[in-house]
Ligand binder design. Structure first.
Ligand SMILES: O=P(O)(O)OC[C@H]1O[C@H](OP(=O)(O)OP(=O)(O)O)[C@H](O)[C@@H]1O
Length: 168
């Protein structure tokens, strides 16, 4: 589906950014979105990763659709794990806030190929951190897929370094 199809179904009457959750509530739209997000995944990807919170919803559904495992990239402090059991990256995203993303050690092995999914990319800070967490774990980034991505100075490094696909 084209981006316009999804745009018609999301809620633009929102504060600061669009609310994409109506895309999840409609079974047919959600099914199309999950299939479209997974379209650019390479055949040999072993896992799908998703960034908390909405990336967990989308990533888990794409993983199920592709027949891959799913790895959550969580916001700081959410894993009930000790510091030494986590990979951790700090970033400043579109909101101007400094945030931490974490990935649990032991979920990924060297040789794993992780396809990362999220709803949107504005500065790319969260996706950049998520890609680095996958690499910190010794795995490789097998591509990135989002509904919407801004392509500008802020996201140039992300697009140059990784295979990023966006529907719109
Ligand atoms: O490109 P960036 O500047 O990093 O911004 C994009 C990120 O911000 C949003 O997540 P948010 O932390 O707002 O959480 P949410 O998934 O709960 O909406 C979105 O889901 C991306 O993860």
């Amino acid at each position: 589906m084209e981006y316009g199809y999804y745009h018609r179904h999301l809620n633009t009457d929102a504060v600061g950014r669009y609310d994409v959750t109506p895309l999840f509530a409609d079974q047919q739209v959600f099914d199309n979105l999950v299939r479209d997000l997974g379209r650019s995944a390479p055949g040999d990807c072993t896992h799908v990763g998703g960034v908390e919170a909405l990336g967990l919803v989308l990533g888990a559904a794409v993983a199920r659709d592709l027949g891959c495992g799913f790895v959550p990239v969580r916001k700081g402090g959410k894993f009930p794990l000790r510091d030494e059991d986590l990979y951790r990256r700090q970033l400043t995203d579109y909101s101007g806030q400094t945030k931490t993303l974490e990935l649990a050690r032991g979920l990924l092995d060297a040789g794993d190929k992780v396809f990362l999914v999220d709803d949107w990319i504005e500065t790319g800070a969260q996706m950049w951190a998520a890609c680095h967490l996958v690499e910190d774990a010794g795995a490789a980034v097998a591509g990135v897929s989002v509904l919407r991505a801004h392509r500008d100075e802020r996201t140039r490094d992300l697009f140059e370094r990784y295979d990023v696909t966006s529907i719109g």
